[in-house]
Design a protein around this ligand. Structure first.
Ligand SMILES: [Zn+2]
Length: 250
């Protein structure tokens, strides 16, 4: 028997009465868990719903091909994020976050910080104390940083200048170049940032988690930040996420 804290980020019917949920966990990344009778059982219902965070007790078994499988045994819900499930737009945004994680957080990956980021983001989405558009940007950018794509944000990669009216951040290399070193040239993957936008990007990428959600961003900069974080996600994860399109339609 294995005991794990997990967050349900996907669910689907399996067979006539069972269902399979995907849990984001701290130690094992994303894992699939089969819930016997999960389509009907009241016992397992609340903690195998989308965006339930719970303590799970799981059985581990190897199938005929030697692949490790997890089976639901029991659970103790810790947080249900009710308001997210009651609001179509919040739900669509949370489903987009889940879709990125299914893609970017594989089985077996240590996901302590990803779990922390996700639970904090859902907390603020649920209680409505932060702008949804800002939560989207914070989640996208910080998730990239936590999954190996932290840009080199400290200074210009060529002359070490820390600030400039226009700094070019190359999405492909993650390197910054100041306007003198860029010599007026805008590279194919360059995103040009003024001082304020660079400050915001540095803050979200580097600040400790206790202060991450304290940042406030004006509408003007929120739009520019959004265009940067979305482009950065698309570049590194190499795909368009279907649920982002759905969120934007609402
Ligand atoms: Zn420079």
């Amino acid at each position: 028997m294995t005991n794990l804290e997990g967050l349900v980020i996907a669910e689907r019917s399996t067979g006539e009465t069972g269902k399979t949920v995907t849990l984001l966990t701290r130690k094992l990344g994303c894992i699939d868990v089969y819930v016997r009778g999960g389509q009907k059982s009241n016992k397992s219902l609340s903690s195998t719903q989308l965006f339930c965070y719970a303590d799970y007790s799981l059985e581990e078994k190897c199938d005929a091909r030697g692949v490790l499988r997890f089976y639901y045994n029991s659970s103790e819900p810790k947080r249900l994020f009710y308001n997210i499930r009651l609001d179509a737009k919040k739900l669509a945004l949370a489903c987009y976050f889940a879709e990125i994680m299914l893609f970017a957080v594989p089985f077996g990956q240590d996901s302590e910080n990803v779990m922390r980021l996700t639970l904090n983001t859902l907390h603020y989405l649920d209680n409505g104390e932060r702008d949804e558009a800002l939560l989207k940007c914070i989640f996208e950018l910080r998730l990239l940083c936590e999954t190996g794509f932290l840009p080199n944000l400290l200074c210009c990669s060529k002359c070490c200048k820390v600030e400039d009216d226009a700094m070019h951040l190359n999405l492909a290399t993650g390197d910054l170049t100041c306007s003198d070193c860029a010599d007026g040239e805008e590279g194919l993957y360059d995103f040009v940032m003024d001082k304020s936008l660079l400050y915001i990007v540095r803050y979200i990428s580097l600040v400790e988690y206790e202060r991450l959600f304290n940042i406030r961003v004006s509408q003007k900069y929120l739009e520019r930040l959004d265009s940067f974080t979305e482009g950065f996600v698309q570049y590194h994860y190499g795909k368009k996420f279907k649920r982002l399109g759905f969120y934007k339609m609402l």
